[in-house]
Design a protein around this ligand. Structure first.
Ligand SMILES: [Fe+2]
Length: 239
């Protein structure tokens, strides 16, 4: 399995707090058979989570080396960007990072309210060559069971990443139902852990969640969302 979304870059957001925690999380990932991890620290404008690309690269460099040597895990850098009208200018100013410098950008939207300008922001991204990936679509309360909304996003060129722990009830019963339904409708393109600390059991439970996904989608789709689409992001190929 390849993890498209996590908070293992220490000291920059509400995820890992230290190099020791990051190393422990890498150990847990290794134990669960995870081979590739995209580090996606939060970037939330007007908050304390605004660590820029240059400083994130400095922190991640020795971790990339450690993960490869110790566990043969490939580590990459991206961001989980909280949606804002400034996304394109933040990208152009190298404040935020796409996933491994590809055309793919992971973003999140508010948990409980709808934005009037959501589609215009997405259009701004896609018309500039960015392919947006919405993090954890199953978790947004305002779009619970609003499948038309997710079909609209997909028609606009947005890809979707579920938190696999949603299938184990980590975010409540509604998120669990949504995750299952989105998978059954073949709307999901990626899985991620969204793990924050070594006390999360998300890596420990990864295999359990993969078994559930396997029952919900066909074999080709399973390989695409757990392995191949991640590889296409890394090589900046079309999905
Ligand atoms: Fe996240």
């Amino acid at each position: 399995m390849r993890d498209l979304h996590c908070h293992l870059l220490y000291g920059v957001d509400d995820g890992s707090k230290s190099i020791e925690q990051t190393k422990e999380l890498l150990r847990q990932a290794y134990e669960s058979g995870i081979t590739d991890i995209m580090f996606t620290p939060h970037y939330i404008s007007d908050s304390r989570f605004v660590s820029n690309k240059a400083s994130n690269l400095e922190i991640i460099k020795p971790i990339i080396k450690f993960a490869k040597e110790q566990y043969n895990i490939n580590v990459f850098l991206g961001n989980e960007v909280f949606i804002t009208e400034e996304m394109m200018s933040l990208y152009k100013n190298r404040e935020i990072s796409t996933l491994n410098d590809s055309r793919y950008m992971l973003f999140e939207i508010p948990m409980c309210n709808k934005l009037n300008n959501l589609k215009s922001i997405i259009f701004d991204l896609t018309s500039n060559g960015i392919i947006p990936i919405l993090a954890h679509p199953e978790r947004y309360v305002s779009y619970y069971k609003d499948f038309d909304f997710f079909y609209d996003l997909k028609n606009m060129g947005v890809l979707l990443q579920i938190n696999y722990a949603s299938l184990l009830g980590a975010y409540g019963s509604k998120a669990k139902k949504m995750a299952k339904k989105l998978l059954k409708l073949n709307l999901i393109d990626f899985v991620g852990s969204d793990i924050h600390t070594p006390h999360d059991d998300k890596y420990i439970n990864a295999k359990k969640a993969m078994r559930i996904i396997k029952k919900l989608v066909d074999e080709d789709e399973f390989i695409a969302i757990t392995e191949n689409n991640f590889a296409k992001v890394i090589y900046d190929e079309e999905i």
